[in-house]
Structures are given as C-alpha cells and as structure tokens.
Design a protein around this ligand. Structure first.
Ligand code: SAM
Length: 294
C-alpha cells in the first residue's frame, strides 16, 4: 500500500489517485502546472493542471486511435498537422506512416516538450529528430489562422480539455480555419472527452464542427486512465467519408507500415470504433448525414 498518493483533480466529486513512488518534475509554466511522477501502477504519469494527460502504461490506446484511424481512413495522407500533443506520442505515431512526408506539430507550451523529453523520452522517442518533423512552439490557433489554404491532408487536435490554453481550440473560428487549411478530402480529428462525465464536450463541438464541415462523426476509444467510460474522438471532413472494408483497412495498414506494430488499433477495432452506444450516438444528432450517407 502506497504511503503517498497523487490525486487527479478533474472532477470535484469523484476521481482517481496514483500511488506515488517519486516526483520527477513540478513546474508552473506560463500556461499551466506541469507535474511528472513515477507512479506505483502506471509507470510515469504527466498531469497538466491536475489532469491526467498521459501515462506510460496506457498511452498507446489514445495515441494509436487519434492517429491511425484518420490516416488509414484517408488512405493517402502526406502532410499532417498536429496541434498540442506536447508529449510527442502523436508525432511518433504519425511518422510511423511511410507515406507521410511532412508532419508539423504546434504545441503552445515549450516546457511540456522540454520536460517530457527529459523525463518520459520513450513517448516521443526519435520522432523529435525525424527530418520529416517540424516542431513549433506556438499557439495552434494562430498557426491555423495563418497557414495556407489546402496545405494539409490531416489535422489532429490533441489538446487539453476546453479550459486554460486549450479553450480556444474548441471554437467555430478554429474549426473554420481547420477546414480552410485542409484539402477537399482532408480529415480533422479532435479529442472530445469522456461523454459519460463530460457530456457537453462532444455535443457542443459536434455542432461547431458541423458549421465548418459537411461530414461530422465520432469514434470511441477506451483509455483506462481517462476515467468515466469511453473516450470520444470527433472526426470531420468537407467531403463525405465512407467507411472502408476490412480488407482495404488491412491493405492500407500494410502499405503504411503500421500493420502488426500496434497494441490497440487493429483493422477490426478501426471499424468497430465507429459503432457508438446510444448514450453517445445521441450527442451527434445535429441533422447531418451519417457515415457513408450523403
Ligand atoms: N493525449 C493527452 C490527452 O488528450 O489528455 C495529452 C494531451 S497534450 C499533452 C495537450 C497539449 O495541448 C498540452 O501540452 C497543451 O499545452 C497543448 N495546448 C493547449 N492549448 C493549445 C493551443 N492553443 N495551441 C497548441 N497547443 C495547445
């Protein structure tokens, strides 16, 4: 039994706590409080403003699903923009795709990148030094507002929740800019929280995405330390996105080089993740067509 604990402060009346082995960093940056510690159960853990962002034990689930689903779904993604994701895990998964020749990551807080590289280096691994990667310390809102039209095939928004520096990543203006910088068949994905606990997040952002994109949907991933049930990832495109057959998913995964290298994503999980339980599906009802419908 641990003698010292670190409790997540995401919800006022309920939560999870980790047995603390030792703290590696506690630092107040210009944007948020960054805490990294060795836990008794989940390896190293990153908290931002008291909220779990990543643990070494289960990071693969979220990172693989936020990256591989849209890239495989697109089928020919070469230019990828990542917003947030200062831990480097998303960048690493993007660069696993052989077809990607440019990955731009824009993270607002340079101290997250610095401390993650120092204390949890396996998360970003060698992606930081990949010649295809460009890491920019800056505001994602500002970056998309000034990026040229049609300059990306995929935009991945791996942000904190809609409070603090992440708040303006959940606005109509931001989604309209994402739509503008994406090609006609480009895809945007952003984290929409755990609907059982954060019910408004998926519903509200779906409404906003629907103003900028013709097709909008969501898929699910179970991340043990994003507590409260299934987590949702919102997905949208200016063109209707048709679900691809299992054999095509396998073929694309082999071609991209990710087949057999994943712990959560698989062709079957890819397909299944768009099947939503009714309590989540009802949050998407904004009068827009569903998957494969025009
Ligand atoms: N995958 C984890 C999750 O979803 O909880 C990790 C999230 S990642 C660490 C979130 C990052 O988004 C943070 O490092 C935060 O600094 C960054 N962020 C928040 N607002 C941002 C903005 N406007 N532009 C760029 N990055 C931003």
């Amino acid at each position: 039994m641990s003698e010292r604990w670190i409790a997540e402060t995401l919800y006022s009346g309920w939560g999870q706590r980790f047995g603390l082995v030792y703290e590696l960093a506690r630092y107040r940056s210009a944007f948020q409080e960054i805490v990294i510690f060795e836990s008794a159960s989940h390896g190293r853990v990153l908290l931002l403003d008291g909220v779990v962002q990543i643990t070494e034990a289960d990071e693969f689930a979220y990172q693989e699903m936020i990256v591989h689903v849209p890239l495989i779904q697109h089928g020919n993604a070469r230019r990828v923009l990542v917003i947030g994701a200062g831990d480097g895990g998303v960048l690493r998964r993007v660069l696993q795709h052989a077809g990607v020749d440019r990955a731009v990551m824009v993270e607002i807080d340079g101290d997250v990148v610095r401390l993650m590289r120092e204390h949890m280096p396996s998360i970003g691994a060698d992606s930081w030094d990949d010649t295809r990667a460009e890491v920019i310390i800056g505001d994602g809102i500002h970056y998309v507002a000034h990026a040229p039209d049609n300059s990306f095939d995929i935009v991945l928004v791996d942000s904190t929740d809609p409070a603090g520096p992440g708040e303006s990543l959940f606005t109509e203006t931001f989604y309209r800019d994402c739509a503008r910088v994406l090609t006609a068949d480009g895809i945007v994905v952003n984290q929409c929280g755990v609907p059982f606990m954060q019910r408004d997040e998926l519903g509200n952002t779906t409404q906003l995405r629907a103003r900028a994109f013709k097709w909008t949907s969501a898929y699910i991933v179970a991340v043990p330390t994003y507590i409260g049930g299934l987590m949702t990832l919102g997905i949208a495109s200016k063109s209707p996105v048709n679900m691809i057959e299992l054999d095509d998913i396998k073929h694309r995964a082999r071609q991209s080089g990710i087949f057999g290298r994943t712990q959560y994503w698989s062709p079957e999980m890819h397909s299944a993740s768009f099947t939503l339980p009714p309590y989540i599906a009802c949050l998407l009802s904004v009068g827009k067509p569903g998957i494969g419908e025009d």
